[in-house]
Design a protein. Structure first.
Length: 98
């Protein structure tokens, strides 16, 4: 009985942690003008990590553990999408964040 309750409590906390929305729509500007593709990706990744640190600062360690990689992946994907859009319009800065 205790094992069943422990498993149910763990499952409920996991679902709650993975369903939490981003509390702060954090944006970090990244200037990629004149950088190679590799350097631009590295700078975007670093900015995404900084934005996710800010977004998850009030979360518990458990929530941070399960949301960290998703936050990074979303932020990088968003920044790369903006980079493609701004490259088409000849702008040189993108916003890294969610």
């Amino acid at each position: 009985m205790f094992r069943t309750l422990a498993i149910a409590a763990f499952a409920a906390s996991f679902v709650a942690a993975s369903a939490l929305p981003a509390a702060a729509d954090t944006t970090v500007k990244v200037d990629v003008a004149g950088l190679s593709a590799t350097a631009a990706k590295a700078k975007i990744f670093k900015a995404a990590k900084a934005a996710c640190r800010v977004e998850l600062r009030d979360a518990t360690s458990f929530e941070q553990y399960y949301q960290w990689s998703g936050c990074i992946n979303d932020a990088v994907a968003n920044a790369q999408s903006q980079l493609k859009t701004t490259t088409a319009s000849a702008s040189s800065s993108v916003a890294g964040g969610r």
